[in-house]
Design a binder for this molecule. Structure first.
Ligand code: DMJ
Length: 619
């Protein structure tokens, strides 16, 4: 038996600090030493202890030959006993030589060969334990796990960048340790009052921060914390709740977080939990059109829409932000239903007329007709556009329908919603029945990153133009930060009444640790390497440290124009999932979660973009 087959199948794979290659080799070498020492001891005992072979055969070994010998008892003659001892000794010698040869052979193999052997052994064990339909004990198909490139990175060479990256990791540690200390198992942390906090978006599902933070912990190589989080997920994450949840929020944070954790670590518990939760969400699609409800009771499977949403409509950014996760769920579960449900959403949308080519935010799931004609690239609309582009990228650019829908929509947005202020700031306004509201949300700032990400795939004469638009949006969003007292951006800012990039209404002046502006800096840095994006990111870090950091974690702020911060006492789970992750990547090299192998879901959970002909070719 090769030494490789003795290794535990659940060893944590490919970590920089304890990678499977070095870890397994070391482990094998130790095993080999122990095994050789043990055999040597046996030989010593056989040759030097009086009548030791009898002792051995009676106490340590239970081979049929030995058992036969001991059972014969006093009747058996000495000559027969000596013959049996000889046979046992010969067998031990033979096994020893064979094991030594196999071990020598194993040690001569290259790490990749050893890895492959381990993978094959794992697949074989999994195959042996599956039933006739090729499913494992959890009724999931056996999937040969392969880690996509760039799951962990390396220290940047430039000392300043390295220090800044280390600083972000310290911020993550403070946020995580505080959550662990004061709110472990709750959805979020109240960092000022130092206790747990639960929003009703997740019903009675617990642990939003744990699931949202898993992949950030992994990519920052905080493996002790990652293991604790994994253990919590394994033992405590429970979806059997009699409560109503937001289908969108649960999908982007929990399903997305679990999927990422699976793809980064290869741990089956995450695949199992993601599929289990995905199945719980399926009843949301039981509507006459198949456009899902916004809210779903996970126990009864009864859905409904937000009471405030235009005549019982479903919301574009909610039903349009399931595609990436559901395609992966189909792949990992072998159940095509997930993919069918999200492909049907596209069918419904493509049958409808679009005013000026725009997608209104409200759609009635019963009639299949638009509700109020309100269009936005911020709240209620945003991630629908993001998912069209990313669905195309995630399909290794084979999803032509997603591609066309994205570039057509972007053209309509540029024509109808994008404007320049009198001092030359480009912004994306909101559209209400043909009239523009000259307001841009913090949420809308993600569009700089999205447009940069898509620029390369646009018709060649538009690539440069789209990169310019992306850079202009990044600049506008940076202005929205630098025009405040605390150097953190408001929830929404306006371009009317003589102001530019400033919030004028009290209820738009808050900052809740949102990631979108930093997300755009990260994309712009990757595509341009213009140092200003790292500088802008660093400005945000300093402001976060100065105004949001408290002893018990990080808190949002009620008014970014006030000279001193008034904390809202919530550390949002997306602060760990998105804001800190995008900051870390901003100060990392480009080969950490490289864009040609990963796309980020709208909660910044990286999902692999399998190449055609690989194990995930149908995505
Ligand atoms: C996140 O949950 C996601 O980014 C979502 O798409 C929009 N809002 C928050 C962060 O601001």
């Amino acid at each position: 038996m090769p030494v490789a087959t003795l290794l535990p199948f659940t060893a944590t794979p490919n970590r920089k600090s304890a990678g499977p290659t070095s870890f397994r080799l070391t482990e094998k070498f130790i095993l080999l030493l122990v095994f050789s020492a043990f055999i040597t001891l046996c030989f010593g005992a056989i040759f030097f202890l009086p009548d030791s072979s009898k002792l051995l055969s009676g106490v340590f070994f239970h081979s049929p030959a030995v058992e036969t010998n001991t059972r014969t008892g006093p009747d058996s003659g000495d000559s027969g006993s000596a013959g049996n001892d000889e046979r046992v000794l010969a067998k031990i010698r033979k096994d020893h030589e064979k094991a030594l040869l196999e071990a020598k052979d194993t040690l001569q193999k290259r790490p990749e060969e050893l890895n492959q052997e381990i993978m094959n052994d794992k697949a074989k064990v999994a195959k042996d334990s599956m039933d006739q339909d090729g499913k494992d004990a959890n009724n999931l198909p056996v999937v040969q796990y392969q880690r996509p490139p760039g799951a962990t990175g390396h220290e940047p060479l430039d000392p300043e960048t390295r220090d800044r990256r280390t600083k972000i990791k310290e911020m993550m540690k403070h946020a995580w340790d505080s959550y662990r200390r004061y709110a472990w198992g709750s959805n979020e942390l109240r960092p000022v009052s130092k206790q747990g906090h639960s929003s009703n978006l997740f019903g009675d599902i617990k642990g939003a921060t744990i699931v949202d933070a898993l992949d950030t912990l992994y990519i920052m190589e905080m493996f002790e914390e990652f293991d604790a989080a994994t253990d919590w997920v394994d033992k405590n994450l429970d979806f059997k709740v009699n409560a109503e949840v937001s289908v969108f929020e649960v999908n982007i944070r929990f399903v997305g977080g679990l999927l990422s954790a699976y793809y980064l670590s290869g741990k089956e518990v995450f695949r199992r939990k993601a599929v289990e939760l995905g199945e719980k969400l399926l009843p949301a699609f039981k509507t006459p059109t198949g456009i899902p409800w916004a809210l779903l009771n996970l126990k009864s499977g009864i859905g409904r829409n937000w009471p405030w949403a235009s005549g019982g409509s479903s919301i574009l950014a909610e039903y349009g932000t399931l595609h990436l996760e559901f395609m992966h769920l189909s792949k990992l579960s072998g159940n095509p239903e997930f993919a069918q449900k999200v492909m049907n959403i596209r069918k419904v949308l493509n049958r409808l007329d679009k005013p000026q080519g725009l997608y209104p935010n409200y759609l009635n799931p019963n009639s299949g007709q638009w509700g109020q004609h309100h269009v936005s690239v911020g709240g209620l609309g945003d991630s629908f556009y993001e998912y069209l582009l990313k669905a195309w990228l995630m399909s290794d650019k084979s999803d032509e329908e997603g591609k066309k829908m994205y570039y057509d929509a972007l053209q309509a947005i540029e024509t109808n919603l994008m404007r320049k202020s009198s001092s030359g700031l480009t912004y994306i306004a909101e559209w209400k029945g043909g009239l523009l509201e000259h307001k841009m949300g913090h949420l809308t700032c993600f569009a700089g990153g999205m447009i940069a990400l898509g620029a390369d795939g646009a018709p060649s004469d538009k690539t440069g133009h789209q990169m310019e638009l992306a850079a202009e949006i990044a600049r506008t969003c940076h202005e929205s930060y630098s025009r405040t007292a605390l150097k953190l951006g408001p929830e929404a800012f306006r371009f009317d009444g003589g102001v530019e990039a400033i919030a004028t209404r009290q209820n738009e002046k808050y900052f809740i640790l949102r990631p979108e502006v930093i997300e755009t800096y990260m994309y712009m840095w990757r595509f341009t390497h213009d140092p200003k994006y790292r500088e802008w990111g660093w400005e945000a870090v300093q402001a976060l440290e100065q105004h949001c950091k408290v002893e018990g974690g990080y808190s949002g702020i009620r008014d970014v124009y006030a000279s001193t911060p008034n904390h809202d006492d919530v550390q949002q789970s997306f602060y760990l999932a998105e804001t800190l992750k995008y900051l870390y990547l901003l100060f990392s090299d480009d080969d950490h979660l490289p864009f040609d192998h990963w796309v980020f879901n709208t909660e910044a959970h990286p999902l692999p973009t399998p190449k055609k002909k690989s194990t995930c070719e149908n995505l």
